[in-house]
Design a protein around this ligand. Structure first.
Ligand SMILES: *[C@@H]1O[C@H](CO)[C@@H](O)[C@H](O)[C@H]1NC(C)=O
Length: 144
């Protein structure tokens, strides 16, 4: 290969590398409810994660943990939150889009004064410009 061929090959490599990394942004809004006492939703932390290992798998790869994309705190008793962030996933098979798989993890005080985590499944793939607002109509219930 001459120099020119190497250069062109390198440019293609950079181009494809960029093209196969897939970045998507999320705009989400939702509502948390604590039926036993709605005041207890205050200070709930809602985190947005990008799932990198198969859903429901108990053993996570420690070298590739799920990526935390964003977090927000509930500071009104209505339990409404808004969260936004971006995630990128590598497309392992060229031409097949590997969209980020998003889910919420909620840290809340509805049942225990010291707080606990709740994972909200299933994952969703709703990205900008669409707002993911499923949990406005269908609030996240924190009670046991
Ligand atoms: C609800 O929780 C708040 C905060 O802990 C407490 O001050 C209030 O008394 C509770 N209300 C009821 C009806 O238990």
């Amino acid at each position: 290969m001459n120099f020119k061929a190497v250069l062109i090959f390198s440019l293609f490599a950079v181009f494809f590398d960029t093209a196969f990394a897939n970045t998507e942004c999320v705009w989400a809004t939702g509502k948390v409810i604590c039926q036993k006492n709605q005041t207890l939703v205050l200070n709930t932390i809602v985190e947005l994660f990008d799932l990198d290992s198969p859903q429901g798998m108990n053993l996570k790869n420690p070298l590739d943990p799920d990526d935390k994309v964003a977090f927000t705190q509930v500071d009104e008793e209505d339990g409404i939150f808004q969260i936004e962030g971006c995630a990128s996933d590598q497309d392992w098979i060229p031409g097949i889009k590997n969209q980020p798989e998003m889910y919420f993890r909620v840290f809340h005080f509805c049942n225990k004064p010291n707080g606990e985590y709740k994972y909200i499944w299933p994952i969703f793939r709703v990205f900008v410009p669409t707002t993911y607002d499923k949990h406005i109509e269908d609030p996240i219930i924190l009670d046991d």
